[in-house]
Design a protein around this ligand. Sequence first.
Ligand code: ARG
Length: 466
Amino acid sequence: MADKLWQGRFDQPTNRQVEDYTASIQTDGRLYRYDIEGSIAHCRMLGECKIISHDEASRIVENLGEILREIERGKFDLSPSSEDIHMAIEQRLIQKIGELGGKLHTARSRNDQICLDMRLYMRDVLTQCRSLLIELQKVLVSVAEENLGVIMPGYTHLQHAQPILLSHHLMAYCEMFRRDEERFEDCYRRTNVLPLGSAALAGTTFPIDMEWTAKYLHFPKVTSNSIDAVSDRDYLIEFNAASAILMMHISRMAEELILWSTTEFAFIDISDAFCTGSSIMPQKKNPDVPELMRGKTSRVYGNLMTLLTLTKALPLAYNRDLQEDKEPVFDTADTVISTVRLLARLLPEIRFNRERMLDMAGRGFTLATDLADYLVRKGVPFRKAHHVVGQIVQHCIQKNIELRDCSVEELKSFHKAFDADVYPYLEISSVVDQRTSSGGTATSRVREAIGRTRTELEAREMILKS
Ligand code: ARG
């Protein structure tokens, strides 16, 4: 490893194993763009505040720009000769412009530097997550619209409950993803604060201007306590918590897609391009993509636990433990971004088996509630109606018939209020369309929800892009 920038107070060189153990460049190397962006802002501020001269600031900025290009063209290898990304870039700067390069780190510590890098990185990640979630919701809305009118069984306890529109079921996920998007938006507000200038933990004696740096880097606020600023990892934990909830939603959907593509359900067929085969069973077509989405959810949960455990007993302010925050955060970001992106591609590749869904929607006495509601409309108290219909269901099970196969006389034998006008209550499509309460499954309501969601999505997309 090259000579350390902090070598001054040491008599002996660092032990090789210690170097390997403490180095983080393999992980934080990917922050190079943010590190340079932050250093340029810091250096310009030093110049503005006359802590270094304007000429000095310009030369450093110019060379930082060159280093960025070197890295991007693969001309400057970040691996693994330096301790971390901050050291690597500063060392390269000093290599290029000599002693002057050593002025960059005035009024700054790696403790506030890494916090800035991570906040810059998280702003990009959060924006990307929000925009991918908007795309995913748009896809869901389109699939819901294309399939408006498809009726399926709605479940509770994974038992047939009441018939619903497939589109209503899909739009339920849209609601979840909107809340996920809001959580990322909320997290963005707390991420969007400038910590640079907090230095090691206590601030600095130099007459720096944090507001200037904040403005330059488009942060609307600066941190208000230097100790908190270098210790705070809340925004990373929040991002992970929001991601864990998002992955939980995706995993629920994945679970349904897996179930629905079984021979037992036979509700959907996922296109070949999004499935994989078996190395031994020639007939197999497996839903590996949703399975892996369900599987990857667990690593995001794990990352959240890592971060919470990492921070739970840390005394203020900075501790080297905090270096371990990068891998879980990067892993979560990579997992969420690739998963949401792929899910948006997968959904249009699903063919819904309308006949099968409709057929199943009527089985298992899913209209029993509607039969009870019929009696209630004739003045029978709901509890009584519930009991009567329960007896009719039992009668049907014994005779192996459906509710609608019962004659009026048969029904009358259970309660005198039954009449010939009962049959519309036993027709699936009319039953679905009568559930017009807000947020209900009636076609009119679902059409409304689709329209409203689309308008809201477009508005949020405009705001995000501006
Ligand atoms: N690489 C460290 C991190 O990721 C930042 C450097 C702070 N190191 C130190 N010895 N104070 O947290």
